[in-house]
Design a protein around this ligand. Sequence first.
Ligand SMILES: [Zn+2]
Length: 81
Amino acid sequence: MNRQSICHICGRTMESSFTHCPWCGVVLDTGKKFADDIDLIFEKIKARQEKHFNSRIDRLENQLDMLEEELSRLLDKVHAV
Ligand SMILES: [Zn+2]
């Protein structure tokens, strides 16, 4: 069974998950929901930043690999001369 809460305006009971009172239509205690939304947004931003950071590292590693290959080719050439 869902948790019930009491409307602070009309005093009737409703499901605590409601954001509006179904009886009088008042907007209920959205402070907590708002904080949850903020948390969610920050989590998304963090996840995106981590993803971006990881893809940057991947790119850098690829570039390093290519550089290393090029260097070794260059060294081979120098030794061949
Ligand atoms: Zn109400």
